[in-house]
Design a protein around this ligand. Structure first.
Ligand SMILES: Cc1ncc(COP(=O)(O)O)c(C=O)c1O
Length: 377
């Protein structure tokens, strides 16, 4: 099998017991475990609302869609965003007919405060901030910029399950935080996500919009006898975006072990850093800012001849990845070509070394041996 970039590690017996309950009760859909998982997530994060979804992508779409509608944003209004992300973050903006305006990143792989400030116009409505790899980058400065300029903050926390800032889970400052529990994330399920709005009204809306717009409560509320429970009103042309109890069952179990798992991820990163920080001229390690206790979803480095190093690693049966190619290179975003030089650099030089809970100290040494040999040749 070699050494994989990602490989989810599950508490198999506990997960199966939790799923078994769903099967025995005969309830695998929305409700039951999804409600429990929402409660557990709110308790874990301290965020006031949480709605469980079938992906974080639908959460990002909903975040932009609901805010646009509720705040009266116009088509072509702007959201400042990063070019170094999975396309979900930016597609969410386009899907709502708004314009992604790309700010540049730096060695943290996250957007810089200066670049965000430079991009603000009278059409800017929000900032889409991605805590890449579980790191916070310049999050605190971006929060301040949003406050000072009356911009809404959307936090794409797909990589950030368990990340802390000065000991606390960040996100209370944001209008909305969206997490991913996709197959290879720090809290893996298979596919699912969580949307956490700051405002209760928006949480109510997202619950309807992610169930085709159905407002189940209208009739059950208005009918004392419950005779009309099957009748419901449909308030929106919504999507089928809510999560299900089988995924939530896995999530509930994995959440118990998230901090333990993330601590081991940080240990892996420390082992990598011990070895690879000896070559500052040849290997740029991702910069983690003071106060950030990273979930360490990724461990990224930048090197010259990245593609050749990847081939050398592959030859040793080690399989790294790239997070991410500059989104500006994709056709729908190429209007922004040339606006983010550091993102261009990252796109051509970054690679993500294996980060999974099956890795041992010896695996990390083996990986570093190949990297060292390559850069010193
Ligand atoms: C930064 C970022 N945002 C959003 C997503 C989308 O997550 P999901 O697969 O849960 O829709 C991902 C998934 O890889 C991601 O890396």
């Amino acid at each position: 099998m070699g050494i994989q970039l990602f490989k989810a590690k599950y508490e198999v017996d506990e997960c199966l017991a939790e799923i078994r309950e769903c099967l025995e009760v005969g309830w695998t859909g929305m409700g039951f475990k999804t409600v429990k998982f929402e409660e557990a997530w709110k308790e874990y994060t301290g965020l006031p609302f949480a709605h469980y979804l079938n992906s974080s992508t639908i959460g990002l779409y909903m975040a932009v869609d609901i805010m646009k509608e509720q705040y009266g944003w116009e088509d072509d209004d702007e959201i400042i965003t990063t070019p170094i992300t999975f396309v979900s973050s930016n597609h969410a903006i386009l899907k709502s007919h708004m314009k992604p305006v790309f700010a540049d990143v730096d060695e943290t792989m996250c957007m810089t405060a200066e670049s965000v400030k430079e991009r603000i116009t009278d059409k800017t409505r929000a900032v889409m901030y991605v805590g890449l790899g579980g790191n916070l980058g310049h999050y605190e400065e971006i929060v301040k910029i949003c406050e000072e300029n009356d911009l809404k903050l959307i936090l794409d926390a797909a990589h950030m399950a368990g990340t802390r800032l000065n000991g606390e889970i960040p996100g209370k400052e944001a209008e909305v935080v969206v997490y991913s529990f996709q197959a290879v994330k720090n809290l893996p399920t298979a596919d699912s996500g969580m949307i956490c709005f700051k405002r209760g009204e928006f949480d109510e809306i997202v619950r309807k919009k992610c169930w085709l717009g159905i407002n189940k409560d209208t009739y059950s509320r208005s009918s004392d006898s419950g005779n009309y429970k099957w009748r419901y009103d449909v308030e929106y042309v919504g999507d089928k975006g809510h999560g299900n109890s089988v995924m939530a069952a896995i999530g509930l179990v994995q959440l118990k072990y998230l901090d333990r798992d993330n601590a081991y991820r940080r240990q892996l990163v420390n082992w990598y850093r011990e070895r690879l920080s000896k070559y500052p001229d040849k290997i740029k390690l991702v910069r983690i800012e003071e106060g950030c206790e990273s979930a360490c979803h990724l461990f990224q480095i930048c090197v010259d001849k990245r593609d050749e190093l990847m081939m050398a690693l592959n030859a040793a049966e080690i399989y790294p990845g790239v997070h991410y190619a500059n989104n500006i290179n994709y056709r729908m975003y190429d209007y922004a070509k040339g606006t983010c030089p550091y993102a261009d650099y990252v796109s051509e030089h970054t690679l993500s070394l294996p980060m999974n809970l099956y890795l041992t100290y010896d695996d990390v040494q083996k990986i570093c041996d190949v990297v060292e040999k390559f850069i010193n040749k």
